[in-house]
Design a binder for this molecule. Structure first.
Ligand SMILES: [Zn+2]
Length: 311
């Protein structure tokens, strides 16, 4: 009975005194004071606790998921690899990388190429709209067994090229002729088998000099590209007059340097871009890239890799 009285008294004073004494006393007193309501509290707790735990578990997982989602930059790159660039985008790309080139030189950083690389699109000659900007090389082989539609480069010639560029070559040929320069085609489209035999011959030449297979292939690839890796296999390039460095001393070479861009042709492997193109200087090798790109590249002194932002 006394115990009951004590309990009642304690419960009555609980709100202020219990807090001062100890937490244990506080909770016990509070719990007892609830009477029948304590069963309601227990029931509510039993329902709420799992809900609270679920909520906490869901929230604790969100940061993990956000790490898995690719960053914005990667997403842009993925989109770029499946989207053909418009001329407008290429113009912007060219503008951006030019500005960033300048910044990179100033800061000695080189980060300026990052955006360009992400935006880069490897265009193939099968691309209906941008075929003329296709990039072909050891790193960028042609689609297997690709053969372009062919036409003689100039009337009566047995040398052929992609039919889409021959009209432009003829216009250039006629314009040069008026200036007493004869742009006789020396080589145009190469079949895979022709390219393969030229490459094998070059590799064997280096093997005979005592180089290993790997060394011979690497050295041969600088002057003769493996089958499927040459612009000649795509029919988009023409070797003009000869395949000799002496061609650089001719008036024809001078004429091409001054006017080829007006017809959409560029010197594809310039002497000052060997490190970028990976191919030796070839003054005789002229590639069709379209007039707009050719003019821009000449104006900015950029090779095709730089223009496309894939350096
Ligand atoms: Zn060539």
């Amino acid at each position: 009975m006394q115990e009951n009285n004590n309990r009642t008294r304690t419960a009555g004073k609980k709100p202020v005194k219990a807090k001062r004494d100890s937490n244990k006393l506080d909770f016990k007193a509070l719990f007892n004071s609830l009477g029948a309501k304590k069963y309601l509290v227990i029931a509510l707790s039993a329902i709420m606790l799992p809900l609270i735990l679920c909520f906490a578990a869901i929230h604790s997982r969100i940061p993990e998921k956000s790490v898995i989602i690719p960053p914005a930059e990667t997403t842009t790159a993925q989109q770029a690899s499946t989207t053909v660039l418009t001329d407008e985008q290429l113009k912007q790309l060219n503008k951006d990388s030019t500005e960033k080139d300048g910044n990179a030189k100033n800061s000695n950083g080189g980060k300026g190429e990052t955006t360009a690389r992400f935006m880069a699109k490897i265009i193939e000659p099968t691309d209906e709209e941008y075929w003329y900007l296709s990039i072909i090389g050891t790193k960028y082989p042609l689609p297997e067994k690709y053969v372009p539609s062919l036409s003689p480069i100039i009337e009566g010639s047995s040398i052929t090229a992609d039919s889409r560029i021959t009209e432009k070559y003829r216009q250039m040929y006629e314009a040069a002729k008026k200036d007493d320069c004869i742009l006789t085609p020396y080589s145009g489209y190469h079949s895979y088998s022709l390219q393969e035999s030229s490459y094998t011959r070059k590799v064997n030449f280096y093997l005979n000099q005592g180089l290993s297979q790997e060394e011979a292939e690497s050295k041969a690839g600088i002057s003769v590209l493996p089958a499927g890796c040459s612009e000649h296999n795509a029919g988009l390039a023409v070797d003009i007059v000869s395949a000799s460095e002496d061609f650089a001393k001719t008036k024809e070479y001078q004429w091409l340097s001054d006017h080829a861009h007006e017809y959409g042709f560029i010197l594809r492997y310039p002497a000052d871009k060997v490190k970028i193109t990976g191919v030796d200087y070839e003054p005789w090798h002229w590639r069709y890239v379209g007039e707009e790109a050719a003019k821009k590249m000449k104006e900015k002194n950029k090779c095709l890799e730089e223009y496309l932002g894939i350096v």
